[in-house]
Design a protein around this ligand. Sequence first.
Ligand SMILES: Cc1ncc(COP(=O)(O)O)c(C=O)c1O
Length: 392
Amino acid sequence: MSPRPSPTGETLAVTSSRRGSGSALAPALVASATFAATDPAGAARSATSRRPVDFYTRLGNPTVQAFADAVAELEGAEAGMAFSSGMGAVTSTVLSLCSQGDHIVAQRQLFTSTAMLFAAVCPRFGIEVTFVDAVDTEALVAAVRPGRTTLVFVETPSNPTMEIVDLAAVGGLRGPITVVDSTFATPLGQRPLDHGVDLVIHSATKALSGHNDATLGVAVGDTDLVDHIWGYSVIHGACASPFDSWNGLRGLKTLGVRLERQSANALRIARWLEDRPEVERVLYPGLASHPQADLASAQMESGGGCLSFVLTGGTRAAGSFMDALELVLLAPSLGGTETLANHPASMTHAALTPEERAEQGIADGMVRLSVGVESVEDLLADLETALAAIGG
Ligand SMILES: Cc1ncc(COP(=O)(O)O)c(C=O)c1O
């Protein structure tokens, strides 16, 4: 018999979620906050082992670990750890790996709370951060200080400007630990570890869970690194809830079909928006007009389910457009089954000053769409009505 080919990511997304659940197709939800040992030696063993799943849930839990293991398998990582949110994963990772006097190189265009961690929190602890336009690979490489830079952190595609960072360039950096927030791409869209990157982070609140019913984060990489992050994280305390992890495991099973549908819908909408007079610019990695279209197609399997576009009429147009949407819901977050619209200037990025937003490329008329799995014809009809509502 010829050997079976290795399963694809789409297949792994279905099978990895029931690893360890025996004959049950649905994994067990172990909601217990603590676990009884059979004898004192067993209790001592669990208390002193790394990432135990049978001692106390802040240190580890079978359902939480099953979710982290499934994502690790999808990313091609040795180990994974889940957190109470994407920000739990980001903050625990950064604070576990960096100390006073260290230097971080961070992408300028990052999800707001991540950017605030680097701009406001790290300096309070004596950690210096250099922000860099990570799309400019030469600038990224030049910002790394040999022997001093501990961590390099990028997000690709970036939220909400859809910038693409060269994963091979990040993975090729020697010295610092390299971290990629791959939330927008999902493990089926790109695998940063294959490019030499050390750690991958996801806000699993988004596409991995996929149904807007879990607040969850995950970090995956080599066992030594994940163990190290765990050592700090049990003190930080951003541990994932078993129920959200269970929802995450269920969500993972349909990641392949959801992503396929969302990418197809997003591409169709992006092309349609490009032809509209009300729209100045469309940012979607799957469009030939994207400034880094070649890089995107080289390192991504698809453009993904998110796109941003800028309305010519600025704030006023964005307000009228958002107000007229019906099927598309006004909400932050992304990657779920429902199509969501976000006006970054007044919603997710409202905490920034207009100057800071301008520096990050966030125009007043920018709208980010997280495209869901609805019929694309229905979505286009809703968008058409909303564009018409902008008026002259
Ligand atoms: C790229 C990216 N990273 C991290 C986060 C934070 O995730 P969470 O809201 O689960 O903490 C988000 C949230 O939108 C995000 O878009």
